[in-house]
Design a binder for this molecule. Structure first.
Ligand code: PEP
Ligand code: MG
Length: 761
């Protein structure tokens, strides 16, 4: 078999291993076989002892597994870990670092090839092959081992997270607090119970859940099995004229597999053992997948697809009966899942939701932004979270530090309760800032606007003294529906926003979908969505969607006169001209239809694409105002996907290039006499907000949760001091240093608790 095929097979087998030990065993056995070496072993670094422990081997004495270990700097294994690179030697025993381990029954293996197992820049262990003959492994063998060790790293990291190299699928140990790290999405702290969210018909993400009534679960299963039998029989009939009888024999196989003696019976056993029907189904299907994966016979491997297909069919029926709308959301539910989309979030009973934790995603993913607007502490990118095991478990979400504690101890809970109390006091203290202008002590005034999407944001924004809406994300009401809302429907929705703030400005962004923002009824599948069809590109290609929206906005604004229209994802002058042309047309049409004079609304351009930064003076002159979408601008300036956990730590608004770009936009927009605001997340962080004020932004727009914090920061720092901080920061070439400089300043001003509660260790 070619190397690539082998690789693929090993990765697949390791992935579907029932537990961690089995995964390691599969790895060493297959590597040894494929590379034709005498030994393959995995050594993993134990954090407590700082020693490499032999965790799996083929070729060395199996008794030494878990017994033999090497200090972190000992032997060739230690050397490989310390250098963080492969070590390839044809005469290992001659190497000064060579360390003979008698317990392993190791003979004189002369050739040695080791590859470090690295996860997020940390060494977790070393994967080693050895051979008696003196020979140097060739480049392709080295690459093979390095690739596998990169694959193994995810498995090891996950196993570590679930409990120091234990088998991954055993039930979590009782009364042991486990901690998982991710990225802070929306700040705050909450203690609550996990509710696992999973997309329908995704069998791998079905959680284990204790069956409340075993008989009922069995009855549900029987109904689902019956329904699938029925479907299969129907399919069989339908295919009668299309397939040959022997090809249709597959359907008989299906029917037999559903039998009580086959899958059906196995699932019932799992239910009797305590799992609910859907969880029991997942367990059984997973086991079959593993059994099939281990087989080399291509015919039997084919059957794997059939079992999976059947599993999905049964699941679909079980979920239909279950009806997720009937799901129980306890008070203080913490939603957890591989991925939770904005659409999934807004469909839950929001008054019961207290926090969110996801395996994928990054701080400025769209869902995280909506969570922030809703004031829900959120941690994203918790790549090790064993989601399926956590349904209905108690969690503490510390979204300041990006941490999740599972089954917290009493002491930890008490400590966090204190922190929550302190946070509440801080918020109560901020109430005083509700009605005060956002003005520095030395008289520099900026406008603070709110970002909205749901009506709840409007109420919260007003309550906290927002001076208007700086960004109304119109795609959010679109997400809540099952089709594009019509003109009248949109008019009603928009009118609520305009009315609530009149006569203050309400800035409505035209539909900004694509990228990470999909409408369920308008799916866009692209290889590279962030650089693809999104924002203004879609609406200019679909003027009918654009026109309906603009007309609805214009009609909604009749009598209020506070509408501003904002164009997302602009990358050329031509797009602005096109959009303006359509807006003009809509004004004429609505005027004619309504028989009242309609003024051209103020139109603004968003700066989200680096090309726009450099051409901003040309563009600004075509419109009435400029607003920076720093979330996307950061993504595009740094070429970092804002949703990708792996690169989340290089996505930072403190990057000197981002800061310089912002200053250019402010200066250039002012030079041509246009006001400039910012509505990305950095406007709502008190630390970055003071830099933005110093740069000269006329307005900052943020989620309602941040209005009071930012206002307090602005009212505390004199403009002159903010300016000198900015000057200092602009000389620095490193984002991390800039961030610390700004945080020192906040510390000096006694404002640190605005971004992190005092009680935090
Ligand atoms: C932005 O990109 O900064 C922005 C405000 O838009 P969104 O986050 O909705 O893409
Ligand atoms: Mg954007």
């Amino acid at each position: 078999m070619p190397m690539l095929e082998e690789l693929r097979k090993i990765v697949q087998d390791v992935d579907s291993a029932p537990n961690f030990t089995a995964a390691l065993d599969i790895m060493v056995a297959s590597v040894r076989k494929t590379m034709g070496t005498e030994v393959c072993s995995v050594y993993l670094l134990d954090d407590k002892t700082n020693r490499y422990v032999l965790m799996a081997t083929e070729g060395l004495n199996p008794e030494s597994i878990g017994v033999v270990s090497l200090a972190w700097n000992e032997g060739l294994v230690g050397l490989c870990g310390a250098r963080e690179e492969p070590i390839n030697l044809d005469n290992a025993s001659a190497h000064p670092k060579y360390h003979y381990l008698p317990e392993t029954g190791e003979e004189k293996y002369n050739s040695f090839l080791g590859a470090p197992i690295m996860h997020r820049r940390k060494v977790l262990g070393v994967l080693v092959v050895q051979q008696r003959d003196q020979r140097k492994f060739d480049e392709s063998e080295e690459a093979f081992l390095v690739t596998l060790s990169a694959q193994l790293s995810g498995v090891v990291a996950h196993a570590k997270a679930v409990g120091a190299f234990e088998t991954t699928r055993t039930a979590p140990r009782a009364n042991v607090t486990r901690m998982f790290s991710g990225i802070a999405g929306a700040t705050g702290i909450v203690i609550g119970r996990a509710v696992v969210m999973y997309p329908p018909a995704d069998i791998d993400s079905v959680p284990d859940r204790i069956a409340e009534d075993t008989d009922e679960e069995i009855a549900l299963l029987q109904q689902a099995l019956e329904a699938v039998r029925h479907d299969v029989a129907e399919l069989n009939e339908k295919m009668a004229n299309t397939l040959m009888p022997e090809e249709r024999a597959l359907f008989d196989v299906y029917l037999r597999m559903l039998d009580d003696n086959a899958l059906g019976g196995e699932i019932v056993e799992r239910i009797v053992a305590g799992n609910w029907a859907q969880g029991a189904l997942r367990e059984v299907i997973e086991e079959h997948m593993q059994a099939f994966a281990a087989m080399d016979d291509p015919y039997l491997r084919e059957r794997m697809a059939d079992v999976r297909d059947l599993g999905l069919r049964i699941l679909a029926h079980l979920q239909k009966q279950d009806g997720s709308s009937l799901r129980d959301f306890p008070e203080k539910s913490i939603l957890i899942g591989e991925e939770i989309t904005t659409a999934m979030l807004v469909e839950t009973p929001l008054d019961k939701i207290a926090g969110i934790v996801t395996v994928t995603g990054a701080a400025n993913s769209h869902m995280a932004i909506v969570a922030r607007a809703l004031g829900l502490p959120t941690v994203v990118g918790v790549s090790d979270l064993p989601v399926t095991q956590l349904d209905d478990t108690e969690l503490i979400v510390d979204a300041y530090q990006g941490r999740v504690y599972v089954q917290p101890s009493r002491q930890l809970r008490t400590r966090y309760k204190d922190i929550i109390k302190e946070e509440q006091q801080l918020v109560a203290g901020l109430e005083a800032y509700k009605d005060l202008p956002a003005e520095t002590p030395d008289g520099h005034r900026v406008a603070l606007y709110v970002n909205t999407g749901l009506m709840a944001d409007v109420a919260r924004g007003k309550e906290r003294g927002a001076e208007g809406v700086g960004l109304y994300r119109t795609e959010i009401p679109f997400m809540l529906r099952e089709r594009f809302p019509g003109e009248e429907e949109q008019r009603g929705i928009y009118r609520q926003q305009l009315e609530a703030f009149s006569p203050r400005p309400v800035t409505m962004r035209t539909l900004d979908i694509g990228g990470d923002k999909d409408l369920p009824y308008f799916p866009i599948k692209e290889d590279n969505p962030a650089l693809g069809w999104r924002g203004i590109r879609i609406t200019l290609d679909h003027p009918e969607i654009f026109m309906v929206q603009i007309r609805a906005m214009l009609k909604a604004a009749i009598g209020f006169d506070n509408l501003q229209v904002m164009l997302p994802m602009i990358s050329s002058v031509f797009e602005i001209e096109e959009a303006l042309h359509l807006i003009h047309r809509a004004v004429m049409e609505v005027q004619e239809e309504e028989g009242v004079p309609i003024a051209m609304p103020r139109v603004g351009v968003m700066v989200e694409v680096p090309a726009t930064v450099l051409q901003i003076a040309d563009m600004a002159q075509l419109v009435d105002f400029v607003s920076v979408g720093s979330n996307d601008l950061t993504q595009y300036m740094l070429a970092v996907d804002r949703n990708n956990t792996r690169v989340a730590d290089i996505y930072t608004p403190y990057h000197p290039s981002v800061l310089r770009a912002l200053q250019i936009v402010v200066d250039e927009a002012h030079r041509v006499g246009r006001p400039v605001g910012i509505c990305g997340e950095m406007a709502g962080d008190p630390a970055t907000a003071i830099l933005l004020v110093a740069m000269g932004f006329d307005s900052l727009s943020m989620s309602a949760s941040n209005l009071l914090r930012v206002r307090k920061a602005i009212r505390t720092i004199p403009f002159i001091q903010a300016r000198s901080l900015l000057e200092q920061v602009m000389q620095v070439d490193n984002a991390a240093v800039i961030k610390s400089l700004v945080e020192f300043e906040l510390e000096d001003l006694g404002l640190m608790d605005l971004i992190r509660p005092k009680n935090k260790g």
